[in-house]
Design a protein around this ligand. Structure first.
Ligand code: F0G
Length: 463
C-alpha cells in the first residue's frame, strides 16, 4: 500500500486510486474520493502546539503559507513540489458588535476572515493544494466551473506561477463584476456558458475528461486538503481550544466537507479531544442541502445515503424548472457536488443545516461591515445563519461560535452599493426582485450642493 493514495468515501466500497490519478471519481462506484494517508508509516505531529514553532521560520515560503505550515497534516507532496503564493495569511477576529446582532454574549463570536487571501477568498487555501498536485502530475491546463471565486483563484495562481493555462466556465450573467474582472485581468480563458453554475459544472467535467484537462473544482479531493487548514488556523487562534460551533455558508459543500475531514482526522490521530459542531447555511433561493437534510431527513447512513431521495429531489427541481436564485451569487448552486461528503462531516460533527433569505443575508453583511470586516453576500449567510440558530435556541448565548467569512467585500460591490443606496430605483433594480424590501442597516450617502457652508452644515448634522 502506498503512503498516500485516493480512496472512495463510502466505507462499503473503499476502492482506491493512485495519488497521481486525476479522474477524481471512484473507479468502482463513481462516488467521491478522499486523499488518504497511511498514518502509521508517516509522522503525524505529536501535538498541535508544535505548529507554533513554524512561525519563527517564516522566511521559508512553506512556513509563511497558512496552508503549508500545517503540511504534516496534508503530506501528499514533497516540499519541492509545493506551489505557494502566500495564501492563508488570515485572521480570526473577535466581533462583539456582530455578536450583539447574532444574539451572542460579548466575546463569544469570532469571524474567520478568509477575504484576506491573495485572490480575496478562501479558495486560495484549496488552490495551492490543487496546484501542487497538478505540478506533481505534470498538468499543463487547468479548468473549473465557477460562480466567480474559484475562477479568480485559478486565474491568479496560473498568472503568478506560469505553470498552467487557466480555463474557466461561468454561467452567463451569473458572476459579480469583481470576480469577472479577476478572471479577465489575470488572463484566464473565460468561457461564458448560456446557463447557470449547475450547467457549467456538468460541462466542465465532461470537457476535462475528454480533453485531459486538470480539474480544480472541489470534487478534486486535493483542493479540500488545502481547505482543511482553515480549521487548523481557527484552532490555533483559539489556542487549540475548539469552539462550540463552526458556521459556514454552503454552496458546492467543499468547505464543510474539508472542515469535517480536518476534525475527523485530528480526532482519529488523538490530537483533538472534542469536535466543534458544524452548521451549514444555504441561501433560501439555493437550498438543496437544507431541503434534503432538514426536510427530507437525508443522512450519511454509514456511507450509503439514500440515493433515491437525492435523485427524486433533483427530478422534482427539473420538472418544476427550479433554478438556483439568490443575491449571494457565490452560493447560487442547486446541485452541490460534495453532497455526500458533507453528510459525512455533519454525521461526525453533530451538524445542522439552515436557510436564510437574501434580506437576512444583506442585513447581516451590513453588520459585518459596520463591525470592521468587509465580506461578500454569501459570506454573510454564515452570520445570518448563526443568528437564526441563536433565535431557535440551538446555539446558546454563551457558546463560542466561529463564522467563516469566505470572500472579500470588494468581490461584489453592486450588491453593497444597492443596499446602501438612497436611490429607490438602484435598490429595486438589484434587490427588489430578490424579495429584499428594506435596508435596515443602510448607510446612505449624503447629497450636498457644491457649497462650503452647505457641506460643513451637512457634516455637523450627520457626524
Ligand atoms: N462563499 C463564497 C464566497 C464562495 O465563493 C463559495 C463557493 C462558497 C461560500 C461556498 O463554498 O462550495 O465550499 O460550499 N464558490 C464556488 C466558486 C462555487 O465557484 O467560486 P462551498
Amino acid at each position: 500500500m502506498d503512503l498516500v493514495y485516493q480512496r472512495c468515501i463510502n466505507p462499503a466500497c473503499a476502492a482506491t486510486a493512485a495519488v497521481d490519478d486525476t479522474s477524481f471519481v471512484c473507479p468502482k462506484c463513481g462516488g467521491l474520493l478522499d486523499v488518504a494517508y497511511d498514518w502509521d508509516r508517516l509522522t503525524p505531529p505529536r501535538s498541535l502546539t508544535d505548529f507554533e514553532a513554524r512561525w519563527s521560520q517564516r522566511h521559508n515560503p512553506l512556513d509563511f503559507s497558512g496552508v503549508w505550515r500545517f503540511r504534516d497534516l496534508l503530506p501528499f507532496a514533497r516540499p519541492q513540489h509545493v506551489l505557494t503564493i502566500g495564501e492563508g495569511q488570515t485572521i480570526l477576529q473577535q466581533a462583539d458588535a456582530v455578536a450583539a446582532h447574532v444574539g451572542l454574549n460579548a466575546g463569544r463570536l469570532f469571524l474567520q476572515y478568509e477575504g484576506m487571501n491573495p485572490s480575496g477568498s478562501f479558495k486560495d487555501n484549496g488552490m495551492t493544494a490543487a496546484f501542487t498536485h497538478a505540478r506533481l502530475v505534470g498538468a499543463r491546463r487547468a479548468a473549473c466551473a465557477s460562480t466567480g471565486n474559484t475562477s479568480a483563484s485559478l486565474a491568479v495562481f496560473c498568472s503568478a506561477s506560469g505553470l498552467m493555462r487557466a480555463i474557466v466556465f461561468i454561467g452567463s450573467g451569473k458572476i459579480s463584476y469583481g470576480k469577472l474582472a479577476q478572471a479577465l485581468d489575470h488572463g484566464a480563458l473565460t468561457v461564458q456558458i448560456a446557463g447557470d453554475f449547475d450547467d457549467a459544472m456538468q460541462r466542465v467535467q465532461e470537457v476535462a475528461r475528454k480533453l485531459g484537462i486538470y480539474l480544480v473544482n472541489s470534487i478534486n479531493p486535493f483542493r479540500l486538503e488545502g481547505q482543511k487548514t482553515i480549521m487548523y488556523r481557527v484552532l490555533e487562534a483559539l489556542r487549540w481550544e475548539p469552539p462550540d460551533w463552526i458556521v459556514v455558508p454552503g454552496g458546492n459543500l467543499g468547505n464543510v466537507s474539508a472542515f469535517g475531514k480536518a476534525f475527523i482526522e485530528l480526532a482519529d490521530l488523538g490530537l483533538l479531544k472534542r469536535l466543534p459542531r458544524l452548521a451549514v447555511i444555504n441561501a433560501a433561493g439555493a437550498d438543496t442541502f437544507y431541503q434534503l437534510y432538514e426536510r427530507h431527513g437525508l443522512r450519511w447512513n454509514g456511507g450509503s445515503p439514500e440515493a433515491a431521495l437525492i435523485q427524486g429531489y433533483y427530478r422534482g427541481l427539473d420538472a418544476e424548472r427550479i433554478r438556483a436564485s439568490t443575491i449571494a451569487s457565490a452560493i447560487e448552486i442547486n446541485r452541490p457536488v460534495n453532497l455526500t461528503k458533507a453528510l459525512r462531516a455533519l454525521d461526525r460533527c453533530g451538524g445542522v443545516v439552515r436557510e436564510v433569505t437574501d434580506q437576512e443575508i444583506l442585513d447581516a453583511k451590513a453588520k459585518v461591515g459596520a463591525g470592521g470586516l468587509g465580506c461578500e453576500p454569501a459570506s454573510a449567510a454564515s452570520v445570518a445563519g448563526a443568528r437564526k440558530l441563536r433565535r431557535e435556541g440551538v446555539i446558546g448565548a454563551d457558546e463560542r461560535v466561529v463564522c467563516i467569512l469566505t470572500g472579500h467585500q470588494l468581490k461584489d460591490p453592486t450588491a453593497t452599493v444597492a443596499y446602501h443606496s438612497a436611490d429607490q430605483k438602484t435598490f429595486d433594480d438589484v434587490l427588489g426582485h430578490r424579495g429584499v424590501r428594506r435596508a435596515t442597516f443602510a448607510n446612505r450617502a449624503v447629497q450636498v450642493p457644491n457649497d462650503l457652508e452647505e457641506i460643513m452644515k451637512a457634516i455637523e448634522v450627520y457626524a
